[in-house]
Design a protein around this ligand. Structure first.
Ligand code: 4NP
Length: 150
């Protein structure tokens, strides 16, 4: 299973989703790939925002080695599931889909609502971390179920 987490800058939200889910996948001993990308190119090649690095470290997840990448339409071939953090990510990613199969790989990360962008609001990093962690735990179970029924 190959999973891609996508936000705007690939430095705040998707690195957390990437790092947390990868951590849980490793704990479960699953041979899955979890990666991330952004729809904007401003931070390509940079490590995650220090505030995301710091909140993740506080809860035992090391995301410091990640490097921001720009979402590329080739990723539709490379991943089974593409999870986006908000509606603008959804629009930007689906706009690059070449067919319904590719469009169908793109899903909102949360079942309800969006992961708020903490970039301009420092107080959001802690709540965003918990929101993302809770959903990653749930998502892991949902994805494990899909492998059982297929
Ligand atoms: P992210 O947050 O999409 O969660 O990585 C942002 C990071 C950078 C910018 C916007 C959002 N920016 O405008 O540079």
């Amino acid at each position: 299973m190959k999973i891609l987490m996508v936000c705007l800058g690939n430095i705040c939200r998707s690195p957390l989703a990437h790092g947390i889910l990868a951590h849980l996948v490793e704990e479960e001993g699953l041979d899955w790939t979890v990666e991330s990308a952004g729809t904007g190119d401003w931070h390509v090649g940079q490590g995650p925002d220090r505030r995301s690095v710091s909140v993740a470290k506080k809860y035992g997840v090391d995301i410091a080695a990640q490097r921001a990448r720009l979402f590329d339409y080739d990723f539709f071939d490379q991943y089974d599931h593409i999870f986006v953090m908000d509606e603008s990510n959804y629009r930007d990613v689906t706009a690059l889909a070449r067919n319904e199969e590719e469009r169908g790989k793109v899903k909102m990360f949360l079942l309800e609502g969006v992961v708020p962008d903490p970039y301009f609001d420092e107080s959001l990093f802690e709540p965003v971390y918990h929101l993302v962690e809770n959903r990653c735990r749930e998502l892991l179970n949902e994805l494990v179920d899909t492998t059982r029924t297929n």
